[in-house]
Design a protein. Sequence first.
Length: 251
Amino acid sequence: MKLIRICLIAAIVFGLAAGALTFTKIQDIITSTRAERDDFHKDRDKEKGDKEVAQKKLKKTEGELASTKTKLKDTEDDLKTAVTKVAELDKKSTDLAAKLDKTTADKNAAQQELARWDGLGFKPEQIKDMIAEKAKVEKERNAIGSENKILLGKIKDLDNELLSYRDPNRVIPEPPGTRGRIVAVDPKFNFVIIDIGRDKGLLERGELLINRNGRLIGKVRISTVKENRSIANILPGWQQADVMEGDQVMN
């Protein structure tokens, strides 16, 4: 009986010792787990903070990138504008250089001309008078030339009129390749007005064919010749259709 008590006491002591040992181990595990949990929370909080910082930096970087792109586009536009202005300035510079060269050449030519006049012993006033006189003579010469042209035309008209008296049926030949258009028609008196005259060498009593789109419409005989207009009678025997404004006359 005594032995059983001793064994029971020993078992209880061993049980208490084992429980104490187990409790100590569990307490160590709990302490270690709590430390790991705290470390995890710290790492998670740090990672979260780092992520927020990174996101802020990313957002800031994206804003700076957008601003840089805008500035780059503005810079490109400014560059294009500058290139255009440079091209315009280059053209102006080239034009000015050409004008300068021409002005220099004109000045040199004028100086050479003046030197030649100086060599002749004329004063500037005399040269000016001579130039004015030359211009006056040229003007008079041109006027005389125009008058001679008119007189020659009248002489031709008189010669043709004289020939017509001698031979009423004689047709005066117009200059080869004569071309003109009818600008007015008088069906009542059967005559037309043509847009060419003495300026193209047209002669009275000359005859021209009337053409419309390659079709022969009739024939006219010139009765009166002015500087750039003529009056012509429609020849009845040749008329194939009504004569209209815009019809072509030719020989």
